[in-house]
Ligand binder design. Structure first.
Ligand SMILES: [Mg+2]
Length: 328
C-alpha cells in the first residue's frame, strides 16, 4: 500500500473502512437509488389480488356477508306488513357481487395503471366472475320477492350492455334498466339511494367501499371516513354488510395526507411513499441496532470515498487512483 500522500487522520479513516470491508467483505455499498415504476407499484398489488383469487379466507368472508344479508332479508320478509313499502336490497356490483380480480391481475402483467379505456374494454368483454356465493344469494333474495337494486358507478352510457350481458350469464336476477342503477352524473351514490328509499324499504346495503353505504363518506378525509364508520358500528352485520377488498377503493387515496391532495396525480414512487408514510409501524430493537450499524458503515465508506476524491483532485490523480493503489 502506498498511502504516502494521506495525512495520518485520513490513513486511519481508510484503514477503518478497509477493516469494515474486509471483515464483512464484500465492501459495503450504499444502496443505489433505483427508479420506482408502475411495475413496482403493481407488484404491491399482487398480494391483495392473490389473496382475493386464491385464499380460502376471502371465500369465507364472502359467504359470511351473504349469509348475514340473507338472514336479514328473511327476517324482514317474515315481519313485513301488508300496505307497507315493498322490500328491497341495495348493493354495489364490483367486488360486491362481481369478481374483477382478473382485470387487476392484468395490470400487473402489463405494467399498467387503471385507465377508463381498459376498464371499458373489460366491462364490454363481460368476463367478470361471480364472487363466491353471490349468485346463490341473489337468487334466494329474488325468490323471496324482494327487489334488488345494483347501484354501481359503472357508466350507464358506455358500460351497461356488457355489464348486463355478464351479470345475466352469471345467473344474477333482476337485470334490467330499472334495477341496474348505473352512474349517469355523479359518483356519489346518495341521490340514487334517496330515490330508491322514497319507494322501497331497504333491508340491507352491501358493498366493498364505504361509499356503498348511505353514510355520507363520499370524498371525505380518512379520519372522517373512519369516524363515520365507527359511529355506525352497531349497524354492521345488520343493515350494512361489508365485503372485503384490499386491492382498490376510496380508502387508497384517503391515506394520502389524510385525503388532502391529489393522490392520483402522484408518481408511482410518490404513491409508494404516501402509502408507507400512512403505516403505523413497530421495529424490533435488534433490527434498529442492525440498521444503525449498517448506516454507520455506509457513512464511513462514503466519507472515505469523499476523502479519496479530494486527495486525487489535489494531486491531479485520476478518479479511483487511490482505491486501485490500495487494492493492488
Ligand atoms: Mg365495489
Amino acid at each position: 500500500m502506498k498511502m504516502v500522500w494521506l495525512t495520518r487522520k485520513k490513513q486511519m479513516l481508510v484503514a477503518a473502512a478497509l477493516c469494515v470491508s474486509f471483515v464483512g467483505a464484500p465492501m459495503a455499498q450504499a444502496p443505489a437509488e433505483a427508479a420506482f415504476t408502475q411495475q413496482d407499484l403493481n407488484d404491491e398489488l399482487m398480494m391483495a389480488v392473490g389473496w382475493m383469487q386464491n385464499s380460502a379466507e376471502y371465500r369465507e368472508l364472502c359467504y359470511q356477508a351473504y349469509n348475514v344479508a340473507l338472514w336479514q332479508v328473511k327476517q324482514a320478509v317474515a315481519q313485513h306488513k301488508q300496505g307497507a313499502k315493498p322490500l328491497a336490497i341495495v348493493l354495489d356490483a364490483d367486488e360486491t357481487v362481481l369478481d374483477n380480480s382478473a382485470f387487476e391481475a392484468g395490470l400487473i402483467d402489463t405494467d399498467s395503471a387503471y385507465s377508463t379505456k381498459t376498464w371499458n374494454e373489460w366491462c364490454a368483454a363481460g368476463e367478470a366472475l361471480a364472487m363466491p356465493g353471490a349468485t346463490d344469494f341473489l337468487q334466494a333474495v329474488d325468490k323471496l320477492g324482494v327487489q334488488i337494486f345494483y347501484v354501481t358507478n359503472r357508466s350507464m352510457d358506455t358500460q351497461y350492455e356488457g355489464s348486463a350481458r355478464n351479470m345475466k350469464q352469471l345467473g344474477f336476477p333482476q337485470i334490467d334498466k330499472e334495477h341496474m342503477v348505473f352512474k349517469t352524473t355523479t359518483s356519489d351514490k346518495q341521490p340514487r339511494y334517496d330515490a330508491i328509499e322514497a319507494k322501497y324499504d331497504v333491508v340491507v346495503y352491501l358493498g366493498d367501499n364505504a361509499g356503498d353505504l348511505p353514510l355520507g363518506t363520499y370524498h371525505k378525509k380518512q379520519t372522517m371516513r373512519n369516524a363515520i364508520i365507527d359511529a355506525n358500528k352497531d349497524k354492521f352485520g345488520m343493515k350494512y354488510i361489508a365485503l372485503p377488498n384490499p386491492s382498490y377503493g376510496d380508502w387508497e387515496p384517503a391515506q394520502y395526507n389524510d385525503g388532502d391532495g391529489n393522490y392520483w396525480a402522484l408518481s408511482p414512487k410518490q404513491k409508494r411513499e404516501a402509502r408507507k408514510k400512512a403505516l403505523r409501524t413497530w421495529v424490533a430493537p435488534t433490527e434498529k441496532k442492525r440498521m444503525k450499524a449498517e448506516a454507520t458503515e455506509h457513512s464511513l465508506v462514503d466519507q472515505v470515498k469523499a476523502e479519496e476524491a479530494a486527495i486525487e483532485k489535489a494531486h491531479g490523480l485520476p478518479a479511483g487512483a487511490i482505491a486501485n493503489d490500495i487494492h493492488n
